[in-house]
Design a protein around this ligand. Structure first.
Ligand code: SAM
Length: 330
C-alpha cells in the first residue's frame, strides 16, 4: 500500500486522535473559566468513525496513534475504543494523553484493553498552585493516577510540564528530581501561543535551552542514547544512575518541523497537519455520506499533501491558532 509521505519527503507515521472537546479541568492557559463553546454532540465523531479512519491510516503507514482531547478519559466508552484501536494490525504504539484526574480509575482497564503508555500533563506539585492553574482541586488524584499507571505497566509514564515564566518555573528542579526517584520521564515543554484569554506573551516562554541550563546547574545530565521512545520530539537526558529521564521539547525556539511526522484528527472530524496552521481538511462529511474507503483515503492523502513545511511562530506573519489545544487535541 502507498505510504503517507508529504511534499517535503517527510514520512507521516504518527496520528493523534482527539476524541472529545470536553475537559474536567480549566487550565488557565488553555481555556476560559466558564469553558469553551462546545461542539454540538452530533458533530463529534463516533468511535466507529475514528476507528475507520485509524484503520485506513494504519494501512498507509501510520504506526503510532495517540488518543487525546479535551480530556479523553471523560468520554464514555473510552476503554472499549482503546481496545478497538489496539486490535489494528500494523499499529506499533498506542498511547494516551491525559490530565490524570481519572487515571487511577482507568489505568488497569486501559492497560488490559491494549494501551501501551500514557503521558500525564502536570504543571505543578503544589496543591494551591494546582488549583490556580487548573481551577480544580485534584492534585492528589493526579499523583495517585501516576502511581497507578506505573503499577499496571503503562510505561514509560511520561509527565509533561508546560513551563511558564513567573508562574511555575520555580518548580523545574522539583520536577527534574522526580526522575531521580521514580522511573518517570519528565518532559519540559515550551509554552506555545494559542488564542486564549490568558494571553501568550513571548516573555512568558522559557526556552528549552534555559530550562535545561537550570536543571544542569543542579546536577549534570547525560544524553539518553539509542533507547526507543515513540516518535517524540524530546531531547532526552538522565541524571547518572537515575531510574527516570528528563526531556526538553522546544516547539517555539528550536522547532522540529523538518522531522514532523504528525497528523491530527480533531474531535469534529477535521484533519490538521500542523498544530499552528488553521488549514484543515474535513473528513466527517465523507465518513457520513456513504463515501467509500478509497474516497476517505484520498482525503487523507490530500491533507498530507498540503502539510506546510513549518510553522511561523518566530516570524511576523504568525497568527495565533483560532482553536485552543483542547479543541485541536494536544
Ligand atoms: N486533557 C489532556 C491533558 O491534559 O493532557 C489532553 C489535552 S491537553 C489540551 C494536552 C496538552 O496540551 C497538555 O499537556 C497541556 O498542558 C498542553 N497545552 C495546552 N495549551 C498549551 C500551550 N499554550 N502551550 C503548551 N502546551 C499547552
Amino acid at each position: 500500500m502507498t505510504k503517507l509521505v508529504d511534499t517535503y519527503k517527510r514520512k507521516i507515521d504518527y496520528l493523534r486522535l482527539s476524541v472529545t472537546d470536553r475537559c474536567n479541568l480549566r487550565c488557565v492557559y488553555c481555556m476560559p473559566a466558564e469553558g469553551i463553546q462546545l461542539i454540538p454532540p452530533k458533530e463529534i465523531l463516533r468511535y466507529e468513525e475514528f476507528v475507520r479512519i485509524a484503520r485506513i491510516a494504519v494501512a498507509h503507514g501510520i504506526s503510532r496513534i495517540r488518543v487525546t482531547g479535551g480530556e479523553p478519559l471523560v468520554r464514555k466508552g473510552i476503554v472499549e475504543f482503546i481496545g478497538e484501536l489496539a486490535g489494528l494490525k500494523g499499529l506499533e504504539d498506542l498511547s494516551l494523553t491525559t490530565n490524570g484526574v481519572l487515571l487511577k480509575e482507568y489505568a488497569g482497564a486501559l492497560k488490559k484493553a491494549g494501551l501501551n503508555r500514557v503521558n500525564v500533563s502536570l504543571d505543578t506539585l503544589k496543591k494551591n498552585k494546582f488549583k490556580d492553574i487548573t481551577r480544580g482541586d485534584r492534585l492528589e488524584k493526579v499523583l495517585d493516577g501516576l502511581e497507578e499507571a506505573q503499577r499496571v505497566g503503562l510505561t514509560p509514564v511520561k509527565v509533561n510540564m508546560v513551563v511558564i515564566k513567573g508562574f511555575n518555573d520555580d518548580e523545574i528542579l522539583d520536577f527534574a528530581r522526580i526522575s531521580r526517584e521514580k522511573p518517570f520521564h519528565i518532559r519540559f515543554i515550551e509554552y506555545m501561543p494559542f488564542d486564549v484569554e490568558e494571553g501568550w506573551q513571548r516573555e512568558k516562554c522559557l526556552s528549552a535551552k534555559e530550562i535545561k541550563g537550570m536543571v544542569e546547574a543542579f546536577e549534570p545530565l547525560e544524553p539518553v542514547m539509542g533507547k526507543k521512545d515513540g516518535a517524540g520530539p524530546a531531547r532526552r537526558f538522565s541524571f547518572k544512575d537515575a531510574p527516570g529521564e528528563v526531556g526538553f521539547i522546544s516547539p517555539v525556539t528550536e522547532h522540529f518541523c523538518g522531522s514532523c511526522n504528525r497528523l491530527r484528527l480533531t474531535s469534529d472530524g477535521k484533519l490538521r497537519t500542523c498544530l499552528f496552521s488553521d488549514s484543515e481538511v474535513d473528513i466527517r462529511k465523507a465518513l457520513r455520506d456513504g463515501s467509500s474507503d478509497e474516497e476517505v483515503e484520498k482525503l487523507l492523502f490530500k491533507a498530507v499533501a498540503e502539510k506546510p513545511m513549518g510553522h511561523h511562530i518566530n516570524e511576523n506573519i504568525f497568527k495565533k491558532c483560532s482553536r485552543t489545544m483542547s479543541l485541536i487535541g494536544g
